[in-house]
Design a protein around this ligand. Structure first.
Ligand SMILES: [Fe+2]
Length: 287
């Protein structure tokens, strides 16, 4: 857990699942943030260490560098299935008989959305929302792929989990980046701010030409818990952001609650998803 770098194709799934479980605990068990934080720091030091690294290293300069590396989408062309199969090579080092593959996790989310009768673009969003985790396979560290996201280039909110860890971040005392609005104009809109780097922003960039705003907000901001769960950063928001919040929250229920133990039947479901991808996306996409 405490590694700062990771080799491509290393067994990583377990670390990411720890973060998923942490999120579920944080928001499902009805504990206050403070209660959960205290509980977790002692009971699960790995998660605390994960956030310590994340908060220390997600500086404005780090984000700008990663956006330059990845937002040009120059990592090759892939279909959605190819990207999902690639993500599947992110090996889970725990028991393969009981644990679900990455594709099965994606299908659980999208199938839960589909069963509730939501529109097809919403089902698609459910399937693709975590495909950005392929960043791990490009050698990005865990703390730079998953975890809560937040704006950089302005003050870190105390509504971000483990806020005290930002004291080790060089931007914490920066003359501009440490101010409330930082480099941004008040109410400039979330689409115009730089978020801490991770799988959310990356998948939103891949999908930006093809999907509607509701979907892109779900993708880009699904781990922006300080905003969608805690109301932070409203001073940077527009009315559009505020109107999109309900969709992000609708999506968040499925992100948190759709993890069941039943294995989706990929062979049975594949034709439906082939049609779904073809309806909204070109056969291959730039990643
Ligand atoms: Fe995610």
């Amino acid at each position: 857990m405490a590694t700062t770098t990771t080799a491509p194709n290393a067994p990583l799934g377990k670390d990411m699942e720890e973060w998923d479980e942490f999120l579920q605990g944080r928001y499902q068990e009805g504990k206050s943030e403070e209660e959960f934080r205290q509980y977790d720091e002692h009971a699960n030091p790995g998660v605390a260490e994960f956030y310590r690294l994340n908060h220390q290293h997600q500086t404005f300069d780090y984000v700008m560098g990663k956006e330059k590396d990845y937002f040009g989408l120059n990592k090759g062309m892939k279909t959605i299935w190819e990207a999902a199969e690639f993500l599947n090579t992110l090996v889970d080092d725990s028991d393969p008989d009981t644990d679900l593959t990455q594709i099965e996790h994606l299908l659980q989310t999208s199938e839960a959305i589909r069963k509730d009768g939501h529109p097809r673009w919403f089902v698609l969003t459910g399937f693709i929302h975590d495909l950005g985790k392929v960043l791990c396979l490009y050698g990005e560290p865990q703390w730079g792929v998953v975890g809560d996201t937040f704006p950089v280039g302005c003050a870190y909110s105390d509504q971000i989990v483990f806020p005290e860890y930002f004291k080790s971040n060089p931007d914490y005392n920066h003359p501009v980046y440490s101010t409330k609005n930082g480099i941004y104009e008040p109410n400039c809109g979330l689409e115009n701010i730089h978020m801490s780097f991770g799988h959310d922003g990356y998948i939103a960039e891949v999908m930006k030409p093809y999907l509607r705003d509701e979907s892109l907000y779900m993708l880009r901001f699904h781990s922006f818990y300080p905003w969608h769960r805690h109301g932070a950063y409203d001073h940077l928001c527009t009315d559009k952001d505020r109107s999109m919040l309900e969709w992000v929250l609708k999506f968040n229920q499925y992100d948190l609650y759709s993890k069941a133990d039943t294995k989706p039947n990929l062979a049975e479901l594949k034709p439906y998803y082939d049609d779904l991808f073809a309806e909204f996306l070109p056969p291959t996409l730039a990643w």
